[in-house]
Ligand binder design. Structure first.
Ligand SMILES: Nc1ncnc2c1ncn2[C@@H]1O[C@H](COP(=O)(O)OP(=O)(O)OP(=O)(O)O)[C@@H](O)[C@H]1O
Length: 245
């Protein structure tokens, strides 16, 4: 893929009910890049991910995925574009309780995702350390295992760009490493990751970290250690508290 996988220009979204959302976001993600998004609670991190992936329409500005302006797309085109280019890891997993793990990974096309072959799905489960869980239902799994199923589902079709909202939020250190190693392989293959995280240790594995405050990009940090990221985040959070958020 030669196009820039993701480009957001003056992208803005305000919730109808008054939530601040995001304001004037200008971000480009190159092929083979890994970007983390951090910031205080309510800073707009998930909203940024939703707008970047077309799950929410920007009210102003534009979002290009693989060189195409998704803010101008109709729902059918948008669904096609998501199937062809995007994997999304949701914060709350979004697993279908009536489906087994294998079905959850394979049947994404029922919900606008790509069609995934059984072998692909089994491989993705194996990469997430879930061999032997193909026929297990989400209800019989721990939070961390469910999260790994949702990651397997997002990675199975080898999308050009993976959006991940707190992908390691429910995971122990070992499982987190598994996920971060999988992201490492993705970027080595020239694909792209944009990930929201609260964990400076996780963000330190990315190439750069965008810090959001009050819906806007406050700073972009490259080459920061986890300690430096933690200290930067603490400053943002104090700033938010001083502003009364
Ligand atoms: N569906 C919604 N309707 C109205 N306001 C919303 C909605 N979703 C989020 N918001 C508001 O928009 C702002 C940004 O929310 P968002 O979830 O993007 O922040 P966040 O940085 O991901 O927060 P957290 O770290 O707590 O998950 C917050 O003030 C939130 O209350």
């Amino acid at each position: 893929m030669n196009e820039i996988p993701l480009s957001m220009s003056t992208a803005t979204y305000h919730y109808v009910s008054g939530g601040p959302g995001i304001d004037d976001i200008n971000v480009q993600c190159e092929p083979g890049s890994w970007t983390a998004v951090m910031g205080p609670s309510g800073a707009g991190k998930s909203t940024l991910l939703y707008c970047a992936s077309g799950l929410l329409p920007v009210s102003d500005g534009s979002v290009y995925i693989a060189g195409r302006d998704i803010s101008k797309m109709r729902e059918k085109q948008l669904t096609q574009m998501r199937r062809d280019h995007i994997g999304f890891v949701f914060q709350d997993y979004n697993l279908v309780e009536a489906f087994t793990c294998l079905q959850n990974v394979m049947l994404t096309y029922l919900f606008g995702g790509p069609k995934i072959l059984k072998d692909q799905a089994l491989r993705a489960l194996q990469v997430m350390g879930l061999d032997g869980f193909a026929d297990t239902y989400p209800a019989d799994m721990s939070g961390g295992q469910r999260q790994r199923v949702s990651i397997a589902r997002a990675l199975a079709a080898e999308p050009d760009i993976v959006f991940a909202d707190e992908p390691t939020g429910a995971l122990d250190t070992h499982s987190s490493q598994m996920v971060l190693d999988a992201f490492d392989r993705i970027i080595q293959e020239g694909r792209t990751v944009l990930m929201v995280t609260h964990d400076p240790n996780v963000a330190a594995r990315a190439h750069r970290t965008l810090f959001l405050v009050d819906g806007r990009v406050h700073s972009v940090c490259e080459g920061y250690s986890s300690e430096q990221l933690a200290s930067h985040l603490a400053n943002m959070t104090n700033m938010g508290q001083e502003l009364g958020q």
